[in-house]
Each structure stands twice: as structure tokens, then as C-alpha cells.
Design a binder for this molecule. Structure first.
Ligand code: NAI
Length: 333
């Protein structure tokens, strides 16, 4: 068993964390030989609840867990962490304007970014889940300038998994045979789920998705729209946002980052843009990526038709606006 790594989970008393913690403690993400110390951050009113969660973690009796630190202090939470999962955020309340939501979150991510900069290991790997995930990640990175830009990511793997599932359901095949699809842009309803380079195994043969589906209209309209609106559909039915599937996606994202992606396969991650595909440099944008030796690389050279470019442009435009509003909110703070 390897020496423990320290993992902070923010929003630890929330519903995603509740589904996530067991998978981390069980070795599903960082490996069956990797012990862990969990730092669980939430706001002060949630501390009693967090105590209950700590009891439950103890009661799992899992051998990889070498310690649990429940806290409402950012210093304690981020001290010496190797991995930081930012799940907590200010939820949208009824009647709240998008701008109010953004400025509430800017406050949180400014404060947590500053603490990350001060207290975390410089090698920390960061995943932002709390919404608006891309822009929260942008603000976090802005306030943690000494941590390498490649270490900041946001979650679009849930969207990626949703897209995979839709294709698999339509073709009545197993989702693991759906490969090299991707999500571009914002984790929002402007995201672009793209299957142009994707393949699927039908009757034992790897086939381009467009060829297998045989209905471009369905892909361009229904499929894209279902994936874009899937989060809202889950909320409408469950009266709560996706949690089990979000936790699973977080595990997929971190496991691939830690252990690498398969050869010739890629996954979707929100990363700080280096300008690839003419996206504004510095924007936190979801791209197809490959990972080797813990290094994330954006897949290069994919062909984009005019429609795809328009879709990408639309989601970029929304992200630029969000980023500008967020930066404005930091200066009025
Ligand atoms: P939840 O409301 O059940 O839990 C959020 C927790 O964060 C609460 O315990 C709350 O007290 C805590 N929190 C709030 N402010 C905090 C702060 N400043 N520091 C530490 N903790 C704080 O929410 P749930 O369902 O667990 O979702 C968490 C976030 O993930 C939401 O913002 C949600 O929109 C987002 N989400 C993102 C997805 C993605 O694919 N990127 C998918 C699903 C959800």
C-alpha cells in the first residue's frame, strides 16, 4: 500500500459527495494500492451533518482510508492536498438572476483559490464540479497563479457519458463500444456534443457513428438537444440535480487523469485553453483530451465542418460573456 495522498472535497455534506466518497475510499479512482486521507470542507451550519458522514466513512471499514478531516476552515481543508475536488458551490435559488448566482460563486472561488494558492501542494490536481463549473474554474485558477495552468480542470465528463449513453441506446449496443465522441465548450445548454469522429461497434465491426445511425437529422437536432438538456430533465423528474451519475463522472475524470487514457481513445475535460481550435487562450473550455503520465493533451487536427464550427463558436461566446461578468464581479467585490 502506497503512502496516503490528501484529497479535499468541498461541498462534502452535499448529495454528489455522498455518492462519491465510497468510490474514492474503495480505490476505484486512485488505485487499489493507494491509501487516502480525506479533507471534507463544508460551511459551518453543515458541521453536524459532516460528523455523521465521518461516522459512516468509519463504518465502511475500508482499509485504504488513513484519516478523515471534517472542517469549515479553508486553511485546514487545503493544507498539503494532492487532489482538490471543488464540488460545493452556491446553488441557484428561485428568483435568483444569473448574475447574482455568478457573483455569489465568484466570492466562493476567489476565497478558495486564494487558500489553494497558499496551502495546497504546488503539484495539486484540481477538478471543479460546482456550477457554473467552467467559470468557477477560471476564477479559481486566477487566484492561484503559482499552480501550473495544466492542473486546472472542470467536469464535462457527465455530458460525455450522457452522449455515449444516447448513442448506445439508439443503436442498442453497449456504451463501452462508443468511442471518441466529445463535448466542446461550456458545461451548459450551449455545449456541443460532437460525434463526427466517433465510432461504435455494430455486429463486431467498428463503424463511424454517422454511418451506424443513418440519420444526420437525428444527430444534429434531437441527439444534441437531449444531451444539452439532460441535466434539466433529471432535475425536473427528481427535483434534485444529477448526483449518482455526476459522482461516477468525477471518478472517471480523475481515474483517467491519474492512470491515463487508452491508446487512440480520448475523453472530454474542461481545461484552460492554449488557443487550440481558435478558442480564446485562457478560457476554461471542454476539449477532447488524451492523458499519458498524468499529462493532459488536447487532441489536435480534428476536422470540423461549418456546422460544428458554428456550434463551437456559440458555446465559446457564452463562456467569454460569463468570464467577463465574473471578472467584473471580482472587481466590485
Ligand atoms: P448540494 O446542494 O447537495 O451540495 C452542495 C454542498 O456545498 C452543500 O453541502 C453546501 O453546504 C456546500 N457549500 C456551499 N457553499 C460552500 C462553500 N463556500 N464551501 C464549502 N462548501 C459549500 O449539491 P450537489 O447536488 O452535491 O451539487 C454540487 C454542485 O455540483 C452544484 O453546483 C451542481 O450544480 C454541480 N453539478 C455539476 C455537474 C457537472 O457536470 N459539472 C453535474 C451535477 C451537479
Amino acid at each position: 500500500i502506497k503512502d496516503p495522498i490528501r484529497i479535499v472535497i468541498t461541498g462534502a455534506a452535499g448529495q454528489i459527495a455522498y455518492s462519491l466518497i465510497h468510490q474514492i475510499c474503495n480505490g476505484d479512482v486512485f488505485g487499489k494500492d493507494q491509501s487516502v486521507i480525506l479533507h471534507l470542507l463544508d460551511i459551518t451550519p453543515m458541521m453536524t451533518m459532516l460528523q455523521g458522514l465521518v461516522m459512516e466513512i468509519e463504518d465502511t471499514s475500508l482499509p485504504l482510508v488513513k484519516g478523515v478531516v471534517p472542517t469549515d476552515s479553508e486553511e485546514t481543508a487545503f493544507k498539503d492536498v494532492d487532489v482538490a475536488l471543488f464540488v460545493g458551490a452556491m446553488p441557484r435559488k428561485e428568483g435568483m438572476e444569473r448574475k447574482d448566482l455568478l457573483s455569489a460563486n465568484v466570492k466562493i472561488f476567489k476565497s478558495q483559490g486564494t487558500a489553494l494558492e497558499k496551502f495546497a501542494k504546488k503539484s495539486v490536481k484540481v477538478l471543479v464540479v460546482g456550477n457554473p463549473a467552467n467559470t468557477n474554474c477560471y476564477i479559481l485558477a486566477h487566484y492561484a497563479p503559482s499552480i501550473p495552468r495544466e492542473s486546472f480542470t472542470c467536469l464535462t465528463r457527465l455530458d460525455h457519458n450522457r452522449a455515449k449513453a444516447q448513442i448506445a441506446t439508439r443503436l442498442k449496443v453497449s456504451p463501452d463500444t462508443v468511442k471518441n465522441i466529445m463535448i466542446w465548450g461550456n458545461h451548459s445548454s450551449t455545449q456541443f456534443p460532437d460525434v463526427r469522429s466517433g465510432t461504435v461497434t455494430v455486429n463486431g465491426k467498428e463503424t463511424p457513428i454517422y454511418e451506424a445511425v443513418k440519420d444526420d437529422n437525428w444527430i444534429k437536432n434531437e441527439f444534441v438537444s437531449i444531451v444539452q438538456k439532460r441535466g434539466a430533465a433529471v432535475i425536473a423528474a427528481r427535483k434534485l440535480s444529477s448526483a449518482m451519475s455526476a459522482a461516477k463522472a468525477i471518478c472517471d475524470h480523475m481515474r483517467d487523469w491519474w492512470q491515463g487514457t487508452k491508446d487512440n481513445e480520448w475523453v472530454s475535460m474542461g481545461v484552460i485553453s492554449d488557443g487550440s481550435y481558435d478558442i480564446e487562450k485562457g478560457l476554461v473550455f471542454s476539449y477532447p483530451v488524451q492523458i499519458k503520465d498524468n499529462k493532459i493533451s488536447i487532441v489536435q487536427g480534428l476536422k470540423l465542418d461549418e456546422w460544428s464550427r458554428e456550434m463551437i463558436e456559440k458555446t465559446q461566446k457564452e463562456l467569454v460573456e460569463e468570464k467577463n461578468d465574473a471578472l467584473k464581479a471580482t472587481s466590485s467585490d
